[in-house]
Design a protein around this ligand. Sequence first.
Ligand SMILES: Cc1cc2nc3c(=O)[nH]c(=O)nc-3n(C[C@H](O)[C@H](O)[C@H](O)COP(=O)(O)OP(=O)(O)OC[C@H]3O[C@@H](n4cnc5c(N)ncnc54)[C@H](O)[C@@H]3O)c2cc1C
Length: 371
Amino acid sequence: MKSYDAIVIGGGLVGAAIAYGLARDGLKPALIDEGDVAFRASRGNFGLVWVQSKGIGAPHYQRWTRLSSEQWLRLAPELAARTGIDVGHERPGGLHLCLSEAEFAERRARMEQMRQEAGNFGFEYRMLDHDEAAAMLPGLGSAVVGASWTPYDGHANSLYLLHALHKGFVERGGTYLPNRMIDYAGVAPREFRLGSGADEVAAPKIVLAAGLGNAKLAPLFSLAAPVRPQRGQILVTERAGRLLERPTTTVRQTVEGGIMIGDSQEDVGFDTTQRPDVMQAIAERAVRSFPWLAGLQVVRAWAALRVMPPDGLPIYDESEKFPGAFTANCHSGVTLAAAHANAFAPMVAAGELAPEMAAFSARRFDVPQAA
Ligand SMILES: Cc1cc2nc3c(=O)[nH]c(=O)nc-3n(C[C@H](O)[C@H](O)[C@H](O)COP(=O)(O)OP(=O)(O)OC[C@H]3O[C@@H](n4cnc5c(N)ncnc54)[C@H](O)[C@@H]3O)c2cc1C
């Protein structure tokens, strides 16, 4: 049986970012991943490193997301230097477009609440009227009433990111174990054995980062990860010259030139089929936002499943019964990749989560039932 300093289960963006951080900081970890049959949010997402809508009513989530947005400015060049992979990260600020006065008013109230809840930490935003938004996004449709803007938002190529994290992990001495579905666990405090078929591996630290697979794995370690699938559909156009200098919540241009148009939020279980009516609604809103989009061909479209906690906030925990077992779950694995590599991984390496992470524990769901 092979032993490692730590084992991360799940080779998607969450697991790969944590495993990369552990290896970079000197541990000898293993990263175990199920294989190509898996549901993988990490290969079907929209690529935003997005801050402005994160954490309303939950300022700790806003702070965590902002920390990640800042850490992205370190992680992207570090990955480029270590792996030669440019993950295409840009942080030019981002816009959320409002297509009616009602949407604009609701957005304004939301952004103001975020600012108030941020307190001394601060939250910089502006509500832009149509002309101000059009100055940032030439070709904006007349249907756009206005937009919210923050300087913290950005985007990246999340497939390059996944590749770079894996490559950086292996180059720092990490061991990648693909095509293994963990199906049993021998569990004792700081002493874990994991089995996949005849293979067994051991480590004093385990991180469950198996996306939707965490829901089944977590109870084996006396943890809870009540995540559910939420389907999102995305369209991509043919490549064009540089038309959009800034990302918006639902339309962004990749560094290669394709325009990505997203993305729906559908509770349909483990169903990854595409729905023409949903794709049509997504495209219609995008063309109202940017009428010139109607002249571009859609060349690809897909559906993928988000890893969605009940309240939409990440879940991070360490097992009380089996110290050394951690879990990480979120629906913003691109955005939070830098926090996972640069803040969460060091906590795992140090052997405990920082006190401020307690607000992310799944214990927040254990509220007494109303009589
Ligand atoms: C349509 C869509 C748009 C999105 N847009 C954005 C965005 O713009 N910005 C953003 O930040 N986020 C976005 N996301 C979310 C982001 O993609 C996810 O938060 C992130 O990919 C989750 O990564 P993960 O590693 O937790 O899960 P996954 O990518 O699902 O990876 C989990 C891995 O665990 C493995 N696994 C599962 N069970 C086991 C087991 N028992 N043993 C071994 N391995 C196992 C699987 O093989 C899989 O590879 C979007 C998601 C979707 C679907």
